[in-house]
Design a protein around this ligand. Structure first.
Ligand code: HEM
Ligand SMILES: N[C@@H](CC(=O)c1ccccc1NC=O)C(=O)O
Length: 488
């Protein structure tokens, strides 16, 4: 019978549903206005900003731009900035910055709405200044080789707190340095517009804390490697939408095509991730890292931070920025329906969701909801060809998280006793919580395939599974050892 004659209305196609949560998915970013959130998700830009990040805020904010340019340990021209001699806090306390909160409402785009690109650039600059202000005393201790971070400044003055809270409220994100809207994804520019994002060597940072305005520094490398990875995220966004559509109508050909796109994209993303080791040296990490800690679960802010003039005078607790706020791996967790154990570590994983840009949050929630509604995992496990693709994509999630565990070990754990990561998660136990979950799902899916079918699968799949199982044991041993040594 024609669907048009059916008495039951048809459930909307997935793409229609995703169009509800990501209305500009198919739009050309070039024609989208700056009154949209710069992190609006499109099939062309994925999780990157719609347009290149705005470098300079409008003239009314010149005092902010000038202070943030003078702030880093090393300025763009190579000379020492305020943080080199721990003078930023004093400059702000002495009135270097007027309170520009009321200027924010004047930031309109040609369509008469608020210009969210400008609002984001201003949020970025205020969040750099605010984190530098709050954590400068900790950096001073670190720089002088003293043990522990001590205390940060416990009060954020109104000239920083007002604009930070106001811009964050407009963007509907927490009022603190963010991974996407500040330090990483809204913090790049290109040296030669003709080359654009195509070559890593063409990337530059806009703002930095320590030496990061020098493109060859480890801080720049740290930031820009994220940009270089996320620039490929369009393949994950498009591939996810394609997979949901195809699974919904049980179109195996399209399912396999969607997996091919997702697998190819992850391959490129992981290749780029590997360049972190040369772009950014582990020995340099702890310096600029001092400035990216948050308030929640950090010894530097045992009683939170008072934002002067905000929150009824009560202290604020906000997590620090973290790659955990990136959207690529959480997208795949949702799409592939990776079950996370019910425990406090997983609660932290869920808490990180609210730190993503609003359009990313909505897109991820939509994909998660649709994957659950159509049963992506169950569908994929019914057919061995599809199950193998599903396993291969899970294996990318595993290898991303494993590589990432190596980063945590070499850049942080071996060099610092501080028990919590910048986002406030326990440094030793949190990353393995999610890594174990992926490895366990891989085992369950593999064991669900009967012996005869498994024999038919190509050798590389058997090898992939053996490697994942072996790695699980190694990880378990390593985590147990670190927990014993650090009493965690
Ligand atoms: C030197 C490089 C890196 C180090 C030392 C590092 C460290 C960490 C740490 C310690 C966490 C724990 C979360 C918290 O802050 O509380 C984390 C989470 C995370 N980071 Fe990174 N990271 C690095 C590079 C990257 C890169 C390049 C990406 C790519 C986008 C990334 C994506 C993530 C993700 C997705 C999570 C959440 C992990 C999960 O869900 O299991 N990280 N990172
Ligand atoms: N959580 C990490 C920092 C981190 O995750 C991060 C911070 C800023 C920008 C990107 C990040 N990416 C890595 O996960 C740490 O504790 O050092």
């Amino acid at each position: 019978m024609s669907p048009y004659l059916s008495a039951e209305p048809l459930a909307p196609a997935v793409s229609t549903y995703l169009a509800n949560v990501a209305p500009y998915l198919e739009s050309d970013p070039a024609v989208l206005p700056d009154s949209l959130d710069p992190f609006t998700v499109t099939a062309a830009t994925g999780f990157m900003p719609l347009h290149p990040p705005l470098i300079q805020p409008p003239a009314a904010f010149d005092p902010v731009a000038s202070l943030v340019e003078n702030m880093p340990v090393q300025r763009l021209d190579g000379t020492p900035g305020l943080l080199a001699t721990y003078q930023l806090g004093r400059a702000i306390d002495d009135g270097a910055l007027p309170n520009l909160t009321l200027e924010i409402a004047k930031l309109t785009a040609p369509d008469g709405k608020l210009d969210l690109a400008k609002v984001t650039a201003i949020f970025r600059d205020y969040s750099f200044l605010s984190s530098a202000y709050l954590l400068e005393p900790c950096y001073e201790r670190w720089d002088k080789g003293l043990e522990g971070y001590g205390l940060g400044r416990q009060v954020l003055p109104a000239c920083l707190a007002g604009p930070l809270v106001k811009t964050a409220a407009i963007l509907e994100i927490p009022p603190f340095m963010a991974y996407a809207a500040a330090y990483s994804l809204y913090n790049y520019r290109v040296e030669d517009p003709a080359i654009g994002l195509d070559k890593y060597s063409n990337l530059r940072t806009i703002r930095a804390f320590q030496l990061g305005l020098d493109p060859l520094s480890s801080e720049a490398g740290f930031i820009l490697t994220h940009v270089d990875m996320v620039k490929h995220s369009a393949g994950l966004v498009g591939g996810s939408a394609q997979l949901l559509d195809a699974v919904r109508v049980e179109d195996k050909g399209n399912v396999l095509e969607a997996f091919a796109l997702l697998l190819d994209t992850m391959q490129v993303i992981e290749q780029s991730m590997e360049t972190m080791w040369s772009n950014s040296k582990p020995k340099d990490y702890l310096g600029y890292r001092t400035f990216i800690f948050g308030i929640t679960n950090q010894s530097m802010f045992p009683n939170g931070v008072i934002y002067e003039g905000e929150n009824g005078g009560k202290p604020m607790f906000v997590r620090g920025e973290s790659g955990a706020n990136d959207s690529m791996i959480p997208l795949l967790d949702g799409l592939l329906q990776v079950p996370m154990p019910a425990n406090p570590l997983t609660e932290t994983l869920k808490d990180f969701r609210s730190y993503r840009p609003k359009p990313h949050r909505e897109f991820l929630a939509g994909v998660r909801q649709q994957a659950d509604a159509i049963g992506v995992r169950e569908y994929c496990c019914k057919d061995v060809d599809v199950a193998v693709c599903y396993l291969k994509l899970l294996d990318h999630v595993r290898s991303f998280r494993w590589r990432h565990w190596m980063f945590a070990r070499e850049y942080i754990i071996k060099r610092s006793e501080h028990p919590t990561a910048t986002g406030g998660s326990p440094i030793i136990r949190w990353l393995p919580n999610q890594l174990f979950a992926v490895m366990d799902l891989m085992s369950a899916v593999w064991e669900g395939i009967n012996e005869a079918e498994r024999q038919k699968a190509d050798r590389s799949v058997t090898g992939m599974m053996a490697c994942a199982l072996d790695q699980r044991q190694k990880l378990q041993k390593e985590v147990t050892r670190w927990c014993q040594e650090r009493a965690q």
